[in-house]
Write a protein that binds this ligand. Sequence first.
Ligand code: ADP
Ligand code: GLC
Length: 496
Amino acid sequence: MSELMSDPMSGGPRVLHVAAEIFPWVKTGGLGDVMAALPPALAAQGVDVRVIVPGFTALLDALPLTDSVRLRTPFSSERVRIGLAPLPGSAVKAYLVDYPAFYDRPGGPYQAPDGGEWGDNHRRFALLCWAAAALAQGADPNWRPQIVQCHDWHAGLTPAYMRAANAGVPSIFTVHNLAYQGYFGAGAFADLALPPEMFSVEGIEYYGGLSFIKAGLYYASRLTTVSPTYAREIQTPAFGMNIDGLLRTRTGVLTGILNGVDPAIWSPENDALLPRRYGVEAVEDGKAAAKQALRQRFGLGDMGDGPLFGAITRLTWQKGFDIMLQALPGLVDQGGSFVLLGSGDRGLEDGFRAVAQAYPGRVSAEIGYDEALAHLITAGSDSILVPSRFEPCGLTQLYALRYGSLPVVRQTGGLADTVVDANSVTLADDSATGFAFDGETPDALIGSVQRAATLYRADPSAWRRVQRNAMRRDFSWAAAARQYGALYRDLLNARD
Ligand code: ADP
Ligand code: GLC
């Protein structure tokens, strides 16, 4: 019997999480939120959890290092410092891979300021993975993980390095998004310091090149993704992004664990970014104040008695906002107004600028990234739109539920697992929390928008009941942490 987790409070297992983002210092999407919230939730349940992330400048500037080790690596002539920093407000410590030549750069974590991927991303993230594998082999004399959990392609080589070194520690690879695979040409392999036999179909080779995510999916002991429905979907050709075959071979070790909401950041009761905080009892006042602030900020005119729809999103194919653009005239016809905060694809950015001009006072878009405005839109909108083609979990609809802003979502992935469509049955038994549609067409989306607009206008008391249902749904990180805890126990017991 393993020494671990028979009693979760008595020195739980040591688990290292490997990732590229962590809110509030480095975030391009939901991964950053997850890495900020999941480790503390695990720590609260007795897991001895640490995180390892690239030492991006924003992190090194913000977090004082209390300890460090220096490692010789295949990626640098000098030793690389792996610094240790406590994360403020939690028991979690983070290792920062302090290698300025890789991580002290302008732009985002993956891209240069002009939006192009950095040409040496394979080496930048290989170093992260290599350092994580070194910790698994005992590089820090004070703390050696018993499990390594790797998030998305940036962490995907970690299980390969662990296997190559016979680290003797089990690993988990967690898929947050199968669309980003860390694909590089075959020539990149020589830079990775992996044994040549790993460049194989039974390994990290992928369509003639190599794929970091494939390495994770192939070599990790267990696989998870961020919702049960996405766990099933990615084993099908429609959602499998050309790697569903491998996932089907690993079906026995693949599970879906839904993300949660961090109430310290996302709850209308505590949200200092709102003009007026509110709970389930004072929804109307709180939302009216936020809506008024949004009207001013976005230059919205008289909205009549129609609902205000909002969206906060990366503008990529995944998110379905090309479909939204086509559906916008229908939304306006329904008496709706619409505000968008988003950035990404240049064509979509231009498209939203153009519709904002076509419907002044009714449709408005802010192209950019703005954490505070995201909170205001979540609170001030009557409904948040998430028309994604696929959505591993999705956090904006979870935040919308908490704020009583009824989500309109495509029925896929985590959206299907978290939003209960309002129909005669779910309205009657008070389980409805939003509106869901099937299919990738503007008409399908408009159908749900219409149902939302009608309920909002014609039956305000039913709308308020659905708001209450939505706000009372429990998407706590504690629930996710319990499921990861069970997985850790299982993995360690399997090794006895
Ligand atoms: P994904 O990770 O695929 O982008 P999620 O719904 O899981 O989707 O998470 C998105 C996160 O990023 C949320 O916290 C959301 O509020 C935030 N976000 C996305 N776009 C923007 C933006 N333009 N400005 C501010 N926050 C944004
Ligand atoms: C990814 C997914 C999103 C998920 C997030 C956090 O970016 O696109 O659905 O919520 O990761 O797990």
